[in-house]
Design a protein around this ligand. Structure first.
Ligand SMILES: [Zn+2]
Length: 186
């Protein structure tokens, strides 16, 4: 079995049949760093750690997923139920692209991360950072709220890569475990 076959099998076992994740890996051309001296554990660990400062794998809030992606309804992210005023954290290093208000998402922050990732945070009670600010992974950027079109406090959270919507549940492992949304085919 080739390294690539083993890698593919490994990714399937840890992430399920994640086409999106495989696309990310091929986009980042990470297969290029695979060689015979490197174990797959090392490869996978490396992929999800410091080699990718822009990879948005830190949960921005603790909470349960109450709604998933519904592309047909223009719901391009997940909703995470959380308490009013809970901290919203940057899921990776990056720079604030937008800190302002939109009609649907209320107080909104958009962060640009190295590697082509963009994350969106909606319904914030308060935005705590300004456009242009450099962020470190884990830095508090907002407080949870229910501004915009929202029923109860929650974070609306989107992850994009190269203008493609990703499912945060595929990127942030804890959200797969804390998912109580109704599954829909998409
Ligand atoms: Zn939402």
């Amino acid at each position: 079995m080739s390294n690539q076959d083993l890698l593919t099998r490994e990714l399937k076992s840890i992430k399920g049949e994640s086409i999106i994740l495989k696309n990310i890996i091929s986009d980042l051309n990470y297969s290029g760093i695979l060689d015979s001296t490197q174990s797959y554990d090392q490869f996978v660990t490396g992929f999800f750690s410091s080699q990718n400062l822009g990879f948005p794998d830190l949960a921005p809030v603790a909470g349960y997923i109450t709604r998933g992606l519904h592309l047909e309804n223009n719901h391009l992210g997940i909703d995470i139920a959380a308490r009013n005023q809970d901290d919203v954290r940057a899921p990776a290093d990056g720079r604030v692209m937008f800190s302002g208000t939109s009609e649907d998402l209320g107080n909104t922050i958009i962060i640009n991360h190295p590697g082509g990732f963009i994350t969106v945070f909606g319904h914030n009670d308060t935005n705590l950072v300004n456009a242009g600010e450099e962020l470190q992974k884990g830095q508090v950027v907002a407080r949870v709220g229910e501004t915009g079109k929202s029923q109860g406090p929650h974070l609306h959270f989107e992850i994009w890569k190269n203008n493609q919507v990703l499912d945060p549940r595929e990127i942030i492992p804890i959200y797969k475990e804390k998912d109580v949304s109704i599954r829909q085919t998409r």
